[in-house]
Design a binder for this molecule. Structure first.
Ligand code: AKB
Length: 320
């Protein structure tokens, strides 16, 4: 019986992942956790939830023992833009939280740990187009530094201790349930909300900024597919590139205009432009496709139609 702890279950990905995992593994077997922020009503009411900070190892250990956890998914992180405002906090949450997760999992001889990485692991030395699986990883953000260190740590625990650690490099994730918090790719979510609410958006990166992105249903699918993949078939462990779509801000705006012709976009690049410019346009995810059958479903226009539909409903109900 799998007993899964999702650390960071109030965040953009965690809040949706917990609900999907509960459908598969049973409500009582998926424990959500967060530091302070209250989870959604659905997450809170559909199964166990614990408030603690994974940076405090003793608290993490107590929760793992209480629920006899054998799998941890660690989604707690300070993202790229917020990380540049407070690099030491990013280091503390992203590294100390992670090492605690790995150490508790090792000591309790857990079955599996899933630790996401990000396209932020890449940097200016990485090829811009179709970033290879094995490539230069010299990020220029503290978030990126912690993601590279996290990938290396994950692989170290596989090699040194035989702990089953897996991870994937998330692109910018786009969703209509929970807002992302403090990332560089947040513009690709905010644009949809502003298009519905005000029919205009002032973007903090240039129109030609092109980054790898993914719609939430594909993100959940990728995470669960990797979680369930046969360990013996994996040649990589903590650093899988996962591609889905890649578009410029101008192309994103055009996709929205197909539904809202009067939508207007303006550009006022800030410090996040430099971060976006340090990341590749696109990734080569051949390893994920070959080793665990990764295949995305959504393209830009399919995602836009779905995002506008759901955010439109929220707006009609007066929720946004
Ligand atoms: C960010 O923009 O920091 C995140 C990421 C790409 O990991 N969305």
């Amino acid at each position: 019986m799998d007993k899964i702890l999702v650390v960071g279950a109030t965040g953009q990905i965690g809040s949706e992942l917990v609900l999907e995992l509960r459908k598969i593994y049973g409500n009582e077997n998926v424990i959500g956790s967060g530091r302070k922020t209250a989870p959604s009503k659905e997450v809170m009411e559909s199964g166990p939830f614990e408030f603690f900070d994974a940076v405090n190892r003793q608290d993490l250990e107590e929760v793992c023992k209480k629920y006899e956890i054998n799998t941890i998914i660690n989604l707690a992180a300070i993202l790229s833009a917020n990380g540049e405002k407070n690099p030491m906090l990013a280091w503390d949450v992203n590294m100390n939280g992670l090492i605690n997760v790995l150490e508790v999992a090792r000591e309790m001889e857990m079955k599996r740990v899933l630790i996401p990485s990000s396209i932020a692991a890449f940097g200016p030395g990485t090829p811009l187009d179709c970033a290879p699986q094995e490539t230069v990883l010299r990020p220029t953000t503290m978030y990126g530094v912690t993601k590279v260190a996290g990938e290396l740590l994950g692989d170290y625990y596989v090699r040194k201790y035989g702990l089953d650690v897996r991870g994937l490099r998330y692109p910018g994730i786009i969703s209509h349930e929970t807002l992302p918090g403090g990332g560089t790719t947040d513009y690709a979510v905010a644009i949809y909300y502003e298009a519905i609410k005000n029919k205009k958006y002032n973007c903090f990166v240039r129109e030609d900024t092109r980054l790898p992105m993914m719609y939430m249903p594909d993100c959940i699918k990728a995470t669960i597919d990797l979680l369930q993949a046969d360990f013996d078939k994996l040649k990589h462990h903590s650093d899988f590139n996962v591609g889905s779509m890649s578009f410029s801000v101008a192309e994103l705006a055009e996709s929205i205009k197909k539904h809202i012709p009067e939508f207007e976009i303006t550009y006022e690049p800030d410090y996040r432009q430099e971060i976006a410019d340090s990341w590749p346009n696109d990734v080569d995810d051949t390893a994920a496709r070959e080793e665990w059958g990764w295949e995305p479903s959504y393209d830009l226009d399919a995602m836009t139609a779905d995002m506008l539909k759901h955010i439109g409903i929220k707006h009609e109900k007066g929720l946004i």
